[in-house]
Design a protein around this ligand. Structure first.
Ligand SMILES: Cc1ncc(COP(=O)(O)O)c(C=O)c1O
Length: 409
């Protein structure tokens, strides 16, 4: 593959209302933080937390947004045929999935899409399963809507994660269990579940009438040697109980444009979903999101392949760097996403103390593992969608702080 992008370029994101580079999130919400100027060497907080990229979007997308902006009228928007053709073309080309146009319904994000599904298919008090450690809005969405959070924790064996099918079967069989929020590729443990795993999980859900919300937002971010299978392609029966969350936002760094596609093959599930969507006030969509999605899905393949090659090289850099300077950290072998899950348990440090060491001593802002559930207490999640020099600076800071710790333990 010939290189055309300069992904080493550090782009200053300050002054753009950027969550990652200007804010800190805590229990009270977002507040401004003292972040580094994103050039090498500044000792203020270096952010590698929230899942967006520090890379510029494909040039064709930028040009399309500028051209649309120049039209000067930004009225109500409902996507036309060309939008659906682009979405269907992408899933066919990249994932060999034939998506029918009428299966697609738009939401301003996958998390809003999950909340709509909870409204549509469950009522307060119903049980909803998640597989922790997992992307934290799954759990908070369930609890905010007064549904009961049921944890089917992943199994962690010899540095790799697995689904716990026996526990899933038991929890799915409870008559109040109505839905499973599934993550594939999995954030944060970076597993891409294989066909046999998907089939077994799907069949358990069919048997116990549990609807699967399959969050596949990371489906395009695949490491070499791995293959992603959309849940709804495993069998026709499984497709009929699936509500699939997809979006170009992670793939092409478009999260600020608030546009995602929820794909629902079953007519009844789709009708119920669309009614819940309407009841919750969702109508129309963000016109820049529509424009960007169309162009990215039609013309973004090469950009994505180059970005993923860079992210993968970042991972190999990180792995080698830690092996040399801080071998106590065990990095879970990634299969997809640009999020790396690293096991710090060898240090035997209290998770709150470790968080403070990262934020206040190393001044590196990561998502600490506990956010993903207590199963993640001894882990940290790194976002590697950044120029290598930022990663190197962050790792250097962490190594300096933890080497001291290693000497004292
Ligand atoms: C698994 C998963 N789902 C959903 C989202 C966010 O989706 P959205 O911004 O479309 O609501 C993320 C973002 O990190 C994610 O990792």
């Amino acid at each position: 593959m010939s290189k055309s992008l300069n992904l080493d370029e550090i782009i200053d994101r300050h002054g753009t209302d950027c969550v990652k580079w200007e804010y800190i999130s805590n229990a009270e919400g977002f507040h401004h933080g003292d972040h580094a100027h994103p050039k090498h060497g500044d000792d203020r907080l270096l952010p590698m937390w929230v899942a967006d990229m520090d890379f510029r979007v494909p040039k064709v997308v930028e040009d399309a947004i500028v051209a649309r902006a120049r039209h000067g009228i930004y009225g109500y928007t409902v996507p036309a045929q060309s939008y659906y053709d682009a979405v269907r073309g992408w899933f066919k080309r990249r994932h060999q999935w034939d998506v029918e146009q009428e299966w697609i319904t738009l939401t301003p994000g996958v998390v809003p899409g999950i909340k709509i599904a909870l409204h549509a298919y469950t009522k307060p008090g119903d049980k909803v399963i998640v597989q922790r450690p997992v992307y934290y809005p799954f759990s908070s969405s369930i609890e905010e809507l007064d549904r009961e959070l049921v944890v089917n924790a992943l199994l962690y064996k010899n540095g790799r994660y697995y689904l716990d099918f026996d526990d899933l079967e038991e929890k799915a069989s409870h008559p109040d269990t109505k839905m499973l929020i599934f993550c594939n590729p999995h954030n944060p443990v970076s597993r891409i579940w294989d066909e046999a795993e998907l089939k077994r999980l799907g069949d358990i859900c069919i048997k116990h009438n549990v609807i699967i919300f399959s969050d596949e937002i990371h489906c395009d971010l695949i490491f070499t040697g791995h293959h992603f299978r959309p849940m709804a392609t495993i069998s026709e029966e499984i497709a009929q109980i699936c509500v699939v969350g997809t979006a170009p936002s992670k793939t092409f760094n478009l999260a600020g444009l608030s546009n995602s596609n929820i794909i629902i093959p079953n007519d009844d599930l789709r009708e119920t979903y669309n009614m819940a969507k309407s009841r919750n006030g969702f109508w129309g969509t963000n016109l820049f999101g529509v424009e960007a999605t169309k162009v990215a899905y039609n013309e973004g393949d090469e950009w994505l392949d180059e970005v993923m090659a860079y992210v993968e090289a970042n991972y190999h850099f990180m792995k080698a760097y830690l092996a040399e300077h801080l071998p106590q950290v065990r990095v879970v072998e990634p299969e997809g996403t640009y999020l790396i899950w690293a096991d710090f348990s060898a240090f035997e440090i209290d998770p709150d103390v470790r968080k403070k060491m990262m934020m206040e001593d190393a001044k590196v802002y990561l998502d600490d593992g506990a956010m993903f559930g207590p199963e993640g207490d001894h882990f940290e999640r790194f976002n590697l969608a950044c120029p290598r020099s930022i990663l190197e600076e962050a790792l250097g800071r962490i190594v300096r702080v933890f080497q001291k710790e290693a000497v004292t333990v």
